[in-house]
Design a protein around this ligand. Structure first.
Ligand code: ASP
Length: 412
């Protein structure tokens, strides 16, 4: 009876979000001639929803990672799982960006040559690799949280988690407290997520109203290229990974992942999708103590969809400027995009900032971003689906590998 009730509450939310998305697009089309109204009166509610999501990112990531580390109760185990997770994330991201570049190249002959004079975009500063390394380590306990510097938050969380394990009995109340705070913030997230139908409507409507159907048409090819690559990556790389390393039938995985995918598509936020993704992974047989570490980490550092988008957009922007990328430049893009996808929180629109870094690394004009920025939301919805599916595939693969390791240990 209870179970039935829970289902009743959950299913309609995903459906509501989807309906809100469609209604938002329709309302946007209807408001095209009054785009300023949509911008002035509808967008602010979307911004409130986004602000709430951003507000919840730090506590969710902080508490779930500390809790995840503590629940493994063995530093060596955390080390093994952490290493596997990071290697998996880096490898799949590298595959993603290669697929993005290949897909972009295949489609590039269809890319329109656009008028590129008079474009402007706020340039962001690139950071040298050694500085990125140094910047991972916080020098202050408040700043990483107040400025949402996610890599520093993660390092802090892992350190605190280790310390709690090492302190043993004396730290038991701290462990309990952290678990309890984790539950509280997950509840906050739950409340915020209930607002997502309104949020999604208010975000998509002004985008469609201001950009109109015409921009969708002229950018259709680059959008198509990105979505084909998203699909290929999920169907090939994740299916192979869960099939070969995760011991699960790829079709079962994709089916089990569907609710989280719908949620990610409509919210465009990996962090917002965390609770749905965690439940889904548990249902598919992932070890909860592993997914509570792997998924929040992935929501921050693993963004395969974003990497694909960067590959496709780099080629598209180069084509618009009449530039052909050399193999060397492509390798640079693979490296920069893989690094760029780490350290940015999974909230809507994060990928655009990273694209600026990628373009800079190969000397492409950053202003080119203006070409794709108008339809970023549409790219974003798809890339978030890929991002969270990558995280889930990792939870399945690492859970299974860990089970095998335990079995091997027991057999010795
Ligand atoms: N919205 C994406 C996510 O939450 C990040 C991005 O903008 O690419 O995963």
């Amino acid at each position: 009876m209870e179970h039935k009730e829970e289902k009743k509450i959950k299913l309609p939310l995903a459906a509501k979000i989807f309906i809100a998305l469609l209604l938002g697009i329709l309302a946007g089309l209807a408001l095209q001639s009054h785009a300023d109204l949509a911008e002035t009166y509808i967008r602010p509610f979307g911004t409130i929803f986004l602000n709430l999501l951003k507000f919840i990112v730090v506590p969710i990531v902080l508490f779930s990672i500390i809790d995840g580390v503590i629940s493994m109760s063995d530093i060596r185990k955390v080390g093994v799982i952490g290493l596997r997770t990071v290697v998996y994330y880096l490898c799949t991201t590298a595959f993603a960006i290669v697929i993005g570049l290949a897909g972009g190249s295949v489609f590039s002959r269809f890319f329109p040559v656009l008028e590129t004079s008079g474009l402007s975009f706020q340039e962001t500063e690139g950071v040298p690799p050694m500085e990125t390394l140094v910047n991972m380590f916080p020098s202050n306990i408040i700043q990483p949280m107040s400025e949402a510097i996610m890599l520093q938050v993660i390092v802090m969380a892992i350190l605190i988690g280790f310390a709690i394990i090492l302190a043993g009995e004396e730290a038991a109340p701290a462990a309990k407290g952290i678990h309890s705070f984790g539950v509280v913030f997950m509840k906050c997230m739950d409340i915020i997520l209930r607002l997502s139908p309104v949020g999604v409507f208010c975000l998509i409507c002004p985008v469609v109203a201001s950009n109109g159907a015409s921009i969708l048409g002229s950018l259709a090819m680059v959008l198509l290229a990105a979505y084909v690559c998203y699909l290929v990556h999920m169907l090939v790389v994740y299916s192979a990974a869960v099939g070969l390393l995760g011991g699960m039938r790829p079709l079962d995985f994709l089916k089990g992942q569907l609710p989280a995918m719908i949620f990610a598509f409509s919210s465009a936020s990996s962090v917002g999708t965390l609770p749905v993704n965690m439940k889904g992974c548990e249902k598919m047989g992932a070890d909860p103590e592993i997914s509570s570490f792997v998924l929040p980490l992935g929501a921050t550092i693993n963004m395969d969809g974003t990497a694909i988008y960067q590959g496709v957009c780099a080629i598209f922007i180069a084509a618009c400027y009449g530039v052909r990328l050399t193999p060397g430049q492509m390798v640079t893009i693979v490296l920069t995009a893989t690094l760029a996808s780490i350290g940015t929180a999974g909230v809507p629109g994060a990928g655009v900032v990273m694209l600026a870094m990628v373009l800079q690394s190969v000397g492409l004009p950053v202003e080119g971003i203006a070409l794709v920025a108008g339809v970023d939301r549409i790219f974003d919805m798809g890339r978030t689906v890929v991002n969270i599916t990558g995280d889930a595939s990792c939870a399945i693969v690492v859970s299974r590998q860990e089970r095998l390791r335990e079995q091997r240990k027991a057999a010795k």
